[in-house]
Write a protein that binds this ligand. Structure first.
Ligand SMILES: O=c1ccn([C@@H]2O[C@H](COP(=O)(O)O)[C@@H](O)[C@H]2O)c(=O)[nH]1
Length: 227
């Protein structure tokens, strides 16, 4: 089994991001770069991170009209990301056009319900019903649109896996059971990496429990040992 952990490199400085990526190489399966990284460092930053030699996950969470998202996908094609995220709430046509614009080797996965939201948060933005039901609704839409998979929390991934056998399921919002890395921060639908893996996650996104650890390599190894 290849290492399913993608480290969320949510650091503002490029030199620190490169140093962290180099340090954990061999202990994670890939590097996830978010919107804040891309806004700060652009294509140059992605090239620098790619030199480390791990697959690059561009977590841009694109959400706009179909034409705009497709154009953005074409612009990042040259960076050869392994995975790119878009928002399922952008609708079926947007997802279809994003997938059509992505390269053959790039997985396009749709964010369903952010792991920082719970049912009460969803109600406040006008989504009636549970986050669980909303994840399943958007999962079905992403599958119909021909995407490779979705992003959801470890609470839903088991049911998602039962509905979509060969999908690719990205699970962030992961926390080790104990220790400093167990602090939830802004995550509201968290589970342990092992629970997410057992439920059918293909890709485990982990940030602060590794990046903010005193020894990121030891933290990554400890998490991998639980899988
Ligand atoms: O629903 C989502 C989608 C993406 N994320 C991203 O994952 C990491 C999680 O970082 P932690 O430090 O492990 O909490 C972060 O980059 C988010 O932007 C998510 O958390 N939830």
């Amino acid at each position: 089994m290849s290492n399913p952990i993608y480290l969320a490199v949510d650091l503002p400085r490029l030199d620190a991001a490169v140093a962290l990526g180099q340090k954990v190489k061999g202990h994670v399966g890939g590097l996830k770069l978010g919107l804040e990284f891309f806004c700060a460092h652009g294509h140059h930053g992605v090239h620098e991170m790619a030199k480390i030699g791990l697959p690059i996950f561009m977590d841009l969470k694109l959400h706009d009209i179909p034409n705009t998202v497709a154009a953005a996908m074409q612009s990042i094609h040259v960076l050869q990301p392994a995975i790119v995220t878009i928002h399922a709430a952008g609708g079926r046509a947007m997802m279809e056009d994003a997938k059509a614009a992505a390269g053959e080797s790039c997985k396009v996965v749709a964010v369903t319900v952010l792991t920082s939201l719970d049912d009460a948060d969803l109600a406040r933005v006008g989504v009636a019903g549970s986050s669980h039901d909303q994840v399943l609704r958007l999962t079905d839409l992403a599958q119909e649109a021909g995407l490779d998979g979705i992003v959801c929390s470890g609470h839903e991934v088991g049911e998602v896996h039962r509905r979509w056998k060969n999908g690719y399921f990205v699970v962030p919002g992961l926390r080790p059971a104990e220790g400093k890395g167990a602090a939830l921060g802004d995550q509201k639908r968290a589970v342990t990496p092992r629970a997410a893996r057992d439920a059918g996650a293909s890709c485990l996104v982990i940030g602060r429990p590794i990046s903010r650890a005193e020894d990121p390599v030891a933290a990554a190894r400890a998490i991998e040992a639980t899988l």
